[in-house]
Design a protein around this ligand. Structure first.
Ligand SMILES: C[S@@+](CC[C@H](N)C(=O)[O-])C[C@H]1O[C@@H](n2cnc3c(N)ncnc32)[C@H](O)[C@@H]1O
Length: 251
């Protein structure tokens, strides 16, 4: 049995305020742009996966995650990873899990990549691409053990709310790639979005709310966590668990 990375529910194993104690030698810019738009295709390069947008041949990517990680360890995915501070720390603290950080902006994915290189995190895979594309085309059914979305873009205007990632179509995709007992952890400072998250996920027939509280101190830090905590905002932490799937029968 491996320890469970229930970040937020127990003391972090290493402690300390900075996750990055090593000497930095790789800069984000050391990762080159991997393809021109017209030549876009899924590429695994120097430990990072690029998932092109507006692309219809995702199935051409044929590496397995076992080949990428060189092991069969359970998979945890963080969507919307930003500069990767939170997930790099998680990968350091929980080496018995494989960690995938999905971020749509290349410049931020490069920052995750440089943390991976500088900290020699073989169990961290930065993915540059949309969370929705990655979830739909790259993750297999019943595959992931834990999913996290920390401080997703809140899109506070009503007219922009349709862009929020936590909506029923995304949760349906996530359900397909999760196994029974998979947990989904959502963290946000935005009250209205947090209410929407709770409504969407706990309203889904397969997910159950198991924790709903103030962000635990030992959860791990990130740029946006520090930003909003510094402004004294209430940071809501919501954890959900996927239930068993019972096929409907006629008996
Ligand atoms: C507010 S930032 C939070 C970053 C990080 N989680 C943190 O706590 O510092 C939200 C991040 O989500 C990324 N993002 C937004 N929509 C996304 C999507 N559909 N797929 C992947 N990344 C996305 C943005 O580029 C941005 O870096």
């Amino acid at each position: 049995m491996v320890d469970t990375p229930d970040l937020g529910s127990g003391a972090s194993r290493r402690g300390g305020s900075s996750p990055f104690l090593g000497i930095f030698s790789m800069r984000p810019a050391d990762l080159p742009i991997l393809f021109a738009w017209e030549e876009r295709k899924p590429i695994f390069h120097e430990g990072m996966l690029c998932v092109p947008r507006h692309y219809d041949q995702h199935e051409t990517f044929n590496l397995t995650f076992k080949e990428i990680f060189q092991n069969d360890n359970p998979i945890c995915v963080e969507f919307c990873s930003g500069n990767g501070e939170w997930i790099a720390r998680a990968a350091q603290n929980y080496p018995e899990y494989n960690w995938i950080g999905v971020e749509k902006q290349f410049k931020r994915t490069r920052q995750i990549w440089s943390k991976k290189q500088n900290l020699s995190l073989k169990n961290l895979l930065p993915v540059c691409g949309l969370a929705e594309d990655f979830c739909q085309h790259y993750l297999k059914d019943s595959f992931i053990e834990k999913a996290y979305v920390n401080f997703p873009d809140p899109w506070p205007k009503n007219s922009h709310a349709k862009n929020r990632i936590i909506q029923r179509p995304f949760i349906d995709m996530l359900t397909k790639v999760s196994r029974p007992k998979t947990t989904l952890t959502l963290v946000t400072d935005d009250e209205r979005y947090s209410n929407q998250m709770m409504k969407v996920v706990s309203g889904h027939p397969r997910w159950e709310s198991v924790e709903d509280c103030l962000l635990p101190e030992d959860y791990g830090s990130s740029y946006f966590n520090r930003l909003w905590q510094g402004l004294g905002k209430y940071i809501r932490y919501m954890k959900f668990e996927l239930g068993e799937h019972f096929e409907a029968t006629n008996c």
